[in-house]
Design a protein around this ligand. Sequence first.
Ligand code: G6P
Length: 609
Amino acid sequence: MCGIVAYVGSKHCQNILIEGIKRLEYRGYDSSGLATLHNGKLIITRAVGRVASLEDKLEAMGGQPGTVGLVHTRWATHGGVTEFNAHPHRDDRVGIAVVHNGIIENYAALKTLLEEKGHKFSSQTDTEVLAMLIGELYEGDLESAVQAALREVTGAYAIAVICEREPETLVVARKGSPLMVGVGNGEYVVASDGAAIISHTSQAIMLDDYNVVKITPKGFRTSTIHNVPVTHKIHQLELELEEIELGAFSHFMQKEIFEQPKALRNTFRGRFNSDEGRVILGGLADHAKELVKTKRVVLLGQGTALHAAMIGRYLFEDLAKIPSTSEFASEFRYRNPIIEENTVAIAVSQSGETADTLAALVEAKDRGAVTMGVINVVGSTMARETDAGVYLRVGPEIGVASTKAFVGQVAVLTMMALWLGRRRFMGANDCGDLLRQLNTIPDKMEQILSLDAQVKQITERYVERENWLFLGRGYNYPTAMEGALKLKEISYIHAEGMPAAEMKHGPIALINEGMPAVFIANRGKQYEKVMSNIQEVRARGGHVIAIATEGDNEIKHYAEDVMYIPDIPECLSPLLAVVPMQMMAYHAAVLRGHDVDKPRNLAKSVTVE
Ligand code: G6P
């Protein structure tokens, strides 16, 4: 959601900025814009739609010169998708340009005040209010004006600001939304995430909330919005260029689906010893005494991460015998939740920046919960907010539709549940057995991935249908929800996921001739019950696509199509059952001609509540 890249140095920065913002396209956006300073004047170009439209405009005008500049992709919050609302926004007096990620909550009050002072607005955005406010408070020093303006603002922001009167200066700041400063040799590249920086430098400063950084070609200075100097630490970005490039794949989603075995091998590396039945999670070690006393686990997330959290609930109850709940972080946050003693709140998030999950995490912490993170992005806001945690280690996820992060989250939650279970009641042998099985998952995933052509063929048979059901029970009820989410996100087919038993309580009314119903029907405790649910669908003309355990020939009598997954204990089965559904969703989107990596209206990291 919204991407920012800014540059200060000695090179003409248009191409650097465009290359950088393209690396952030995956975050989701609907318009873009570029501002540079040239001969003390601002040049601003904006376009609706893809960054390619902005590039066309830049080419038509013969390029945009300047060695200081900023670029932005906007995901509309305040005001429609128009060129007027696209960033950068400028003030009407000083010559200030601002790009912004986040939401200025008190923008309406500030706007009224600024209008009373005679400022004229040309957009409906909260960001233009910020530009005007900085201009209003400008007294010859951009850094002070930005600090003063941010003291007036409530809400979340990552901003980058330039000004005609200080043509060599860039000022950036953050609260709530991510921003980092890449420190190169005589040049600086600021960006919302490392993907836009890594081709220039691997050294970066991660801004903390309320940090303001003034950057010129000669150096930089970090302070707070109250002008208290801050000493920063330079981090090494652990990102390889090839991780954020497509290679031989057609889409990032496809690449990430196929990367899952490798990703999970990384997730597991050094974290368990099956022979000794031991799980070794460095991120929990310091809190072991406290965590062993856990009386309740509350798992929080949104979207795909919520589905992983739902599976986590089953895992913690089943393997660690701890009462657990999982819920939408956004609902938890605002319903006056009860946090008893020895409650552990776990934030599940790929990005570590999702505003709803972050807000819920802070709420749980304020109410006395021990907080843990199951997060992919190292150093992200949630990773820094939590008391303890375990990183996914699945590498950067670029595809908007989350795939490898989901299996990483489920795998980490499995290890956490075993880590706790083993410290409470579980014997070394039982734990060791499950760990051995967990270790087979990457190879078994590879087997499933080798059936891609077959999954494609099955998808072709149903791709014209506009309504699908995804059904599962127990551990695979959340997996069914995830299957439905994948399909709707990128193919825009209406799909519902639910517990297979729930279908007869209403959704069964939807079933008509040929309606596809994907059943997760692997061998497990509720296999017979799932078979009955399959019969109910078939009796009404629905077409069943079953995900079944290898060797189950019986199922062929009940399902039109079968996709087999290798045998695995039920508690680990979501890690395998999700894969054919990811592949189906991918093929459905491609067959329907959609842009898989840039699905309409979606953002990769949703930094507004
Ligand atoms: C957005 C994305 C989803 C993702 C959700 C949670 O809605 O489009 O794919 O599952 O946010 O993101 P997180 O980064 O917290 O896992």
